[in-house]
Design a protein around this ligand. Structure first.
Ligand SMILES: Nc1ncnc2c1ncn2[C@@H]1O[C@H](COP(=O)(O)OP(=O)(O)O)[C@@H](O)[C@H]1O
Ligand SMILES: [Mg+2]
Length: 275
């Protein structure tokens, strides 16, 4: 799979905001039918990186290629038109909209969508429900239900099903499981696997190593805006990945730090970090 032309490739991409350098020489390849997990602590630059891929930011230096050809995204629509779909943490949805209506938001009615020039509620509902159910979400069976009444996992699933339905080639998921309980997260992970099975290239952003390991074929760890490690499934253990994400600070280092603290504070453990 890896010797094929990547669907999406970054070559030495830098992004600065004025004097602030956020991304440094990011090089990455994403292949069809694979999940690339982008791991990194808060502030590592994950969101900046995906906004650059989604056409929100223009790289300061470097190239973005799709199917081997350089692309320049001046605005989010440019990336969307090339099949890059981004799903944000809460599904980026509209709580007061029906499932059927939210499914077709922003879809150009002129692009072969004749019936939607005048919004056809029943057809829209039927298409939306069918698309979501094809991902195994059989609990969504009424397109008139409001998006606000869905669980976090169902909203994510709806957003992913929508992106796939409208022909996304690259699916970018920004922390899709961060706010979810175990069951809901497992649900979303199954849908990620289904999107991969259908041949999409998926970029899955998370700081939860277990979630990454459940779906990832390829992993990149971002530290202070640079790729600190790039490896494939099975090449590193969970502990090694966790240590990498902590910036090379191992559990042993952490224990030494805590012991040192307790020595100087008469055996009191350090306070818990603020949530
Ligand atoms: N528009 C901006 N202007 C200046 N600095 C920014 C901007 N956007 C992000 N940053 C900085 O870039 C760094 C990475 O942020 P971000 O990409 O949100 O990280 P992550 O998503 O990994 O938590 C942070 O230090 C943040 O303050
Ligand atoms: Mg972020």
């Amino acid at each position: 799979m890896s010797d094929k032309t990547p669907v999406l490739e970054l070559r030495k991409v830098d992004k600065s905001f004025g004097p602030i350098d956020v991304l440094h020489e990011i090089s990455l390849k994403v292949h069809a039918g694979e999940v690339l997990c982008l791991l990194g602590d808060n502030g590592a630059g994950k969101s900046t990186l995906i906004r650059t891929l989604a056409g929100v930011h223009v790289p300061t230096r470097g190239q973005i290629l799709m199917d081997g050809q350089e692309v320049v995204f001046g605005k989010p629509k440019d990336a969307a038109d090339r099949g890059i779909a981004t799903v944000h943490q809460f599904g980026g949805t509209f709580p007061l909209m029906s499932i059927g209506r939210s499914f077709f938001v922003g879809v150009e009615p002129t692009k072969g969508w004749g019936p939607f020039k005048v919004f056809d509620r029943e057809t829209a509902n039927a298409i939306a429900v069918k698309a979501v159910q094809s991902f195994g979400i059989t609990r969504i069976d009424d397109g008139d239900r409001l998006v606000g009444g869905l669980s976090g996992g169902e909203r994510q699933s709806l957003a992913i099903a929508r992106a796939v339905h409208f022909g996304a080639k690259v699916l970018i998921l920004d922390e899709p499981t961060a706010a979810l309980g175990v069951k809901q997260a497992a649900h979303v992970l199954r849908i990620v696997n289904e999107a991969k099975r259908r041949g999409l290239a998926v970029i899955f952003i998370t700081h939860q190593v277990m979630h990454a390991m459940a779906v990832g074929d390829h992993f990149a760890v971002l530290i202070r805006g640079a790729i600190a490690a790039d490896f494939r499934k099975g090449e590193k253990t969970r502990e090694e990945i966790t240590d990498l994400m902590a910036g090379g600070e191992t559990m042993a280092d952490l224990e030494t730090t805590i012991e040192g603290y307790m020595d100087t504070h008469q055996g009191h453990p350090p306070p818990s970090p603020a949530p």
